[in-house]
Design a protein around this ligand. Structure first.
Ligand SMILES: NC(=O)c1ccc[n+]([C@@H]2O[C@H](COP(=O)([O-])OP(=O)(O)OC[C@H]3O[C@@H](n4cnc5c(N)ncnc54)[C@H](OP(=O)(O)O)[C@@H]3O)[C@@H](O)[C@H]2O)c1
Length: 270
């Protein structure tokens, strides 16, 4: 079994309170997983005991850093036998966030240009690959050290946010923001008429002069998960795993002081 987490999870209200704001500590963290179905709740259809699955757990309930987790069947998709659990666990949040941000919220079309922030990061590397595969021109951004990694994920060009002028990028159709703040505001100003700012770091603080600003929280979607994992199998999509750790080391991994590069996967069982 493999579990995964997003580093900002400790800051989410849903980690500490349930839907009616009752304290739900001690909370079990982790909201994505790959594993095997061990039991089915009454009325569950579409899954069977022993089946390999991966997916996204409820934000407001105990999560996936445990040997067993109760999940709604609709939040899981079959994990093909040739995709290992570590890869499966790394895909749901970053893959679905990129997919939904690009195609549902950003309405990205072939031939358009997109500014993909944090292109070497977990979400950004998926955004970069999926946008390129959709026929878009991708300008990746990040720290100076991320240039080659972002280009390897398929960015057509790279903007080093620490040293380059973002404004030199010119006009783009879509901005995919994973950073917020001043970078989000300056990026919104680059959006062409009719374009979209998509952000995943909370309510949009900026808006294009003549376009849409969309913020959203990723949702589970079995068909999208299946499409994402199929692309991984085909070699069209590469996951971005930085560190694989054990459950015993999970606390230290959450509190890591060094820079994270890609997804962190916690192996619950060897
Ligand atoms: N709304 C949703 O549904 C949703 C879903 C998934 C993720 N998120 C959020 O999206 C954000 C990104 O998640 P992630 O998992 O992709 O994180 P990640 O793997 O850390 O990727 C973010 C990337 O952006 C870079 N970056 C951040 N600030 C930067 C700056 N000022 N200048 C240059 N580069 C910068 C990071 O570099 P450093 O590591 O050096 O900072 C990293 O490479 C998080 O806040 C997460 O909570 C939201």
């Amino acid at each position: 079994m493999r579990r995964d987490f997003v580093p900002t999870e400790l800051e989410w209200p849903s980690t500490w309170a349930d839907r009616v704001d009752r304290n739900r500590t001690p909370s079990i963290l982790g909201h994505e997983l790959a594993g095997v179905v061990t039991a089915l709740g009454y009325g569950t259809t579409g899954l069977s005991v022993g089946q390999r699955v991966f997916g996204l757990a409820d934000w407001h309930r105990d999560g996936t850093l445990a040997e067993y987790v109760a999940m709604e069947a609709r939040n899981l998709a079959p994990l093909p036998g040739d995709v290992d659990f570590t890869v499966g666990a790394s895909l749901p949040i970053s893959g679905l966030t990129a997919w939904q941000g690009l195609f549902q919220h950003g309405r990205l079309q072939a031939g358009q240009s997109i500014l993909a922030h944090g292109a070497a990061g977990a979400v950004g590397s998926m955004v970069t690959q999926l946008a390129r595969a959709a026929g878009a021109y991708v300008i990746g951004t990040g720290r100076a050290a991320d240039r080659q990694k972002a280009l390897d994920f398929g960015a057509n060009e790279f903007v080093d946010l620490e040293n380059d002028a973002l404004e030199d990028v010119g006009a783009v159709d879509v901005v995919f923001d994973v950073i917020g703040g001043d970078i989000q505001k300056r990026s919104a100003a680059l959006i062409r008429a009719g374009g979209t700012l998509v952000t995943v770091v909370g309510p949009a603080e900026a808006r294009p002069a003549d376009g849409l600003a969309v913020d959203f929280v990723v949702e589970s979607d079995r068909a999208q998960l299946s499409e994402i994992v199929q692309r991984v199998r085909d070699g069209r999509l590469r996951t971005n795993i930085g560190k694989v750790s054990t459950l015993d080391d999970a606390v230290a991994t959450f509190n890591a002081t060094e820079r994270r590069a890609g997804k962190t996967v916690i192996r619950v069982r060897p």
